[in-house]
Design a protein around this ligand. Structure first.
Ligand code: ARG
Length: 479
């Protein structure tokens, strides 16, 4: 056990304590990050003359060998407290004492901060790529379904006619905001923590700017005491991911409702419909229910991370190791939900007749009638009251709004004219003109905005350095 010094009582750590305190099960997933970080650190130590050239070459080749052996499955970190120690232990087994030069001028505290930042940065690229695909998909669905008219709901009560294109772009607008949230997290993560050491820095002639440049970070973290205890970048990533999951969950709820026979607006393709083990007739929207269910994990992870950090004093505290499960779990969760949506969204279709039927025997055009009166010069509040009276009387007579023509004339001829001027539900949608409305020109503009957001997400993902590239450069670099 490398980290067990004589001062700490030599190698005699109780196996139970090692088992309790080990993070290896979780941080084994950070092996590639750890190796790339070590290569960059080593390059700095070598350039600064802190590690003799020959030793640096041996360690470099050793680290490159570990990466390759990890890729092929020959090297699986084991037997140590964490991935950092497991790498160093394996390197020592392979190279002997010369491996001991590597940990000069750094601590596991800045090392783990680096690994986590590299991990979050690359997952930001994956999430942005997933968001770009999702936004393009939603834009395409909005275009394809723009002539389907269905009720929009407030308070889960039928409110006004909208196009299905508008329904899709509403969710697109949410995911477009998530692109911004992920980009914010990316900005936060883009600072190199490496070289602050355990907390106070080092008296050795290190240069933090060298690994910063090699690992493609745009700046250094400001203060070591802050750096080793800082997980804000992880919070920001988990927040952005949880918010994305929340949006996915709300979309899923609409789909779950709309595929029920009560609504009947959406039909699931058999390839994504799950059955019941008992009821032979069932076609269940399990995929969307699970998307909704998974959002709970994201929110739980965010709360877990906040709670872990909340009471910590300044500097590094071992509690921070508990960041692994919520952070790594959220990354996997959000990417799997994005994948599920990508598969499922193309496999639901609108039943245009059912959607229209839901509007027809209802009063969702009452506002259109009031607006027709407003256009004739009536103050809105009095138009609102007059149409309200008409609706109540029509309901009493068992008539839909559009069958209440005679009733309207008998109540008030001006109201009759207003009602007659209102077309069908499609005309209602076509007549909307305010910015951000369901009007066709506006939906067209919204579709364009989703495509722009997709392009922005893709471009942002494209600028994010990937570990594999960094490894290739570093592996060739300082030979
Ligand atoms: N295993 C710890 C983690 O992953 C790193 C150890 C930090 N330093 C220490 N002195 N125990 O967060």
């Amino acid at each position: 056990m490398i980290a067990k010094t004589d001062a700490a009582g030599g190698p005699g750590l109780l196996p139970e304590v090692l088992a309790f305190s080990s993070s290896l099960e979780q941080d084994r997933a950070l092996l590639r990050e750890d190796l790339v970080g070590s290569l960059a650190h080593l390059a700095m130590l070598s350039r600064q003359g802190i590690v003799p050239a020959e030793a640096a070459r041996a360690i470099h080749d050793g680290l490159v060998g570990l990466w390759r052996d990890a890729e092929s499955g020959v090297f699986v970190p084991a037997g140590e407290e964490d991935v950092h120690m497991a790498v160093e232990a394996e390197l020592t087994r392979r190279l002997g004492d010369v491996a001991g030069f590597l940990h000069t001028g750094r601590s596991r505290n800045d090392q783990v901060a680096l690994d986590l930042r590299l991990f979050v940065r690359e997952r930001c690229a994956d999430v942005l790529t997933g968001l770009a695909q999702l936004l393009d998909l939603l834009a395409a669905r909005a275009e394809a379904d723009r002539d389907v008219v269905l009720p929009a709901y407030t308070h889960r009560q039928r409110a006004q006619p909208i196009s299905a294109g508008y329904w899709w772009t509403a969710y697109g607008a949410m995911f477009a905001r998530d692109v911004e949230a992920v980009r914010f997290a990316l900005g936060q993560v883009d600072a190199s923590p490496l070289g602050v050491g355990a907390i106070a820095g080092t008296s050795l002639p290190t240069d933090r700017r060298i690994p910063q440049a090699l690992l493609d970070f745009s700046r250094l973290t400001l203060n070591g005491l802050d750096t080793v205890g800082d997980r804000d970048f992880a919070l920001d990533f988990v927040y952005a991911s949880s918010r994305l999951l929340l949006h996915a969950s709300r979309l899923a709820t609409d789909v779950v409702d709309f595929t029920s026979s009560e609504f009947g607006f959406l039909v699931l393709d058999d390839a994504i419909a799950c059955g019941s083990s008992l009821m032979p007739q069932k076609k269940n929207p399990d995929v969307f229910e699970l998307v909704r269910g998974r959002s709970g994990q994201g929110i739980g992870a965010l709360v877990q991370l906040f709670t872990t950090i909340k009471g910590l004093p300044g500097g590094y505290n071992r509690d921070l190791q508990e960041d692994r499960a919520p952070l790594l779990g959220t990354a996997a969760n959000v990417l799997s939900v994005l994948g599920a949506l990508r598969v499922a969204i193309p496999r639901i279709r609108f039943d245009a007749d059912r959607c229209r039927a839901a509007l027809e025997r209802d009063y969702t055009q009452a506002t259109d009638v009031a607006e027709a009166l407003v256009k004739a010069g009536v103050p809105f509040r009095s138009a609102y009251r007059r149409v309200g009276t008409l609706v109540r009387k029509a309901q009493g007579a068992g008539l839909g709004l559009m069958q209440a023509q005679e009733l309207a004339h008998s109540l008030d001829p001006e109201l009759g004219v207003a009602l007659a001027s209102v077309g069908d539900v499609r005309a209602s949608v076509a007549g909307k003109r305010s910015a951000g409305s369901t009007g066709p020109a506006e939906v067209e503009r919204q579709i364009g905005a989703l495509r722009d957001a997709a392009a922005e997400a893709r471009a942002a993902a494209g600028t994010i350095p990937r570990l594999a590239q960094l490894f290739t450069t570093l592996a060739e670099g300082s030979r």
